[in-house]
Ligand binder design. Structure first.
Ligand SMILES: [Zn+2]
Ligand SMILES: [Zn+2]
Length: 165
């Protein structure tokens, strides 16, 4: 694989603890005024990045692929690996603890784990849809403003509508 030169325009973005790769990629693209397609071209990963954005990690990312991404976004390979799932995922439905989001606005990879249907910090069930209009939650890479894409309810406000456990 040809690893392209790092372009001068890269503005480094620091991952937050437990942040999902999808959310990180969205943030990185917005900070750098670029798109996932362009990142795909520059890293030589092509459409693979689009699969990772949607939490599709089969086939498993190779070390060479992770190294290509790490080089472009100026992180260590280990930092990229920490944003990948460490457990079996429930990856069809995006999940959210709005109370966690109100504290630190980013998507946590652990919410996508198969057995993680609740937030133990807040003793709340995770949201699987907008509690106001029932729309599916957007892909975390698109969480620029952190709102429902249909009714525009801010994620922070959804915490009041989460069911306790
Ligand atoms: Zn929480
Ligand atoms: Zn909504």
């Amino acid at each position: 694989m040809v690893i392209p030169q790092i372009p001068a325009w890269v503005f480094p973005v620091e991952p937050s603890p437990g942040e999902s790769l999808s959310h990180f990629l969205g943030r990185f693209c917005r900070e750098n005024h670029t798109t996932l397609n362009q990142l795909g071209e520059k890293t030589g990963l092509g459409a693979v990045l689009g699969r990772w954005e949607k939490f599709r990690f089969i086939p498993q990312p190779s070390d060479a692929q992770l190294a290509a991404l790490a080089k472009l976004v100026r992180l260590e390979v280990d930092q990229i690996k920490q944003m990948l799932p460490q457990e079996t995922m429930q990856n069809r439905v995006i999940r959210l603890c709005a109370a966690c989001y109100a504290e630190e606005p980013y998507h946590r990879i652990e919410w996508q784990y198969k057995l993680a249907n609740r937030c133990d910090r807040h003793h709340l069930l995770l949201l699987l849809e907008c509690p106001n209009c029932k729309a599916k939650l957007p892909m975390p890479s698109k969480w620029a403003n952190g709102t429902c894409k249909r009714c525009l309810t801010p994620f922070e406000q959804m915490a009041d509508l989460q069911k306790g456990i």
